[in-house]
Design a protein around this ligand. Structure first.
Ligand code: BTN
Length: 251
């Protein structure tokens, strides 16, 4: 695959001084690799694209299974110092969806959905910066299905980018998404999730639907608040769900 790394670099570097782009034929996980680098003090803004991951990770300790050529796996690492970190995965999701297609929806807190099928996911991790430097090193990992892939082991059959954008391969998907994510990360640092709340709301896959949380709570999803917490109307009254340990499904 011919990856448009130079074009991406040219688009992103002016806003992110020191930006580097790297393609790895194989790595355990682009998030894990950037975490190792961050912990070793390598904090320059970096895009790592992997053609194959041997230990891709998802949220809640789940594995992320990619298929070389059929999925796109990459992470962007950079130092950010927002006043409040809450809602970053939602802001990134809104940016990815906006860069792809109007039919892409967001399933709180970090999934990209098309008609209730998972198109991709976002895994955000942070590491402290050494020596009291400002902010944290944040690793924004994104996995997207680009071509059809087998459904085995998945609770819902997957969606893929080429359903919506037939000519968009993994390289073209990367070129669409990375500049949007870099821009969103910097806007999030300056303005917080509030700047993305309306955009998230327009693509909220759960809004107005009955949902069940992994702790057994049921209710009706009612959007997200200015911090990105999921609002759920339950029989016992409204609740705001913030816990990253909670997962939610349409009931
Ligand atoms: C999820 O669906 O729970 C999040 C999936 C995130 C997968 C991406 S692929 C690139 C990066 N490296 C990883 O190990 N995970 C993220």
């Amino acid at each position: 695959m011919a990856w448009p790394l130079e074009a991406i670099w040219e688009q992103v570097a002016p806003a992110l001084p020191g930006f580097t782009v790297e393609l790895l034929p194989e790595v355990d996980s682009t998030n894990t690799e950037l975490m190792r680098r961050g912990r070793a003090g390598r904090l320059e803004p970096t895009l790592l694209v992997a053609e194959r991951q041997s230990a891709g990770r998802g949220r809640l300790g789940r594995a992320w299974q990619g298929e070389p050529g059929a999925s796109l796996t990459f992470s962007l690492g950079l130092v950010l110092a927002p006043r409040d970190w809450s809602g970053l995965s939602l802001a990134v999701g809104a940016a990815v969806a906006g860069a792809l297609h109007p039919a892409v929806q967001l399933k709180w807190p970090n999934d990209l959905w098309v008609q209730d099928r998972k198109l991709g996911g976002i895994l955000i991790e942070t590491a402290t910066t050494p020596g009291g430097a400002r902010g944290r090193f944040v690793i924004i990992g994104i996995g997207l299905n680009v071509r059809p892939r087998p459904a085995h082991g998945l609770s819902t059959p997957p969606a893929w980018v080429q359903e919506l954008l037939p000519a968009c391969d993994a390289a073209a998907t990367l070129a669409r998404v990375v500049p949007a994510v870099a821009k969103a990360a910097q806007r999030f640092e300056a303005e917080g999730f509030a700047a993305f709340q309306a955009g998230f709301g327009q693509r909220d896959a759960l809004a107005g639907r009955p949902v069940r949380l992994s702790d057994g709570t049921t209710g009706t999803a009612a959007g997200v608040d200015a911090q990105g917490a999921l609002l759920v109307h339950t029989a016992a009254g409204p609740i705001a769900v913030t816990s990253s340990e909670v997962s939610v499904r349409p009931a």
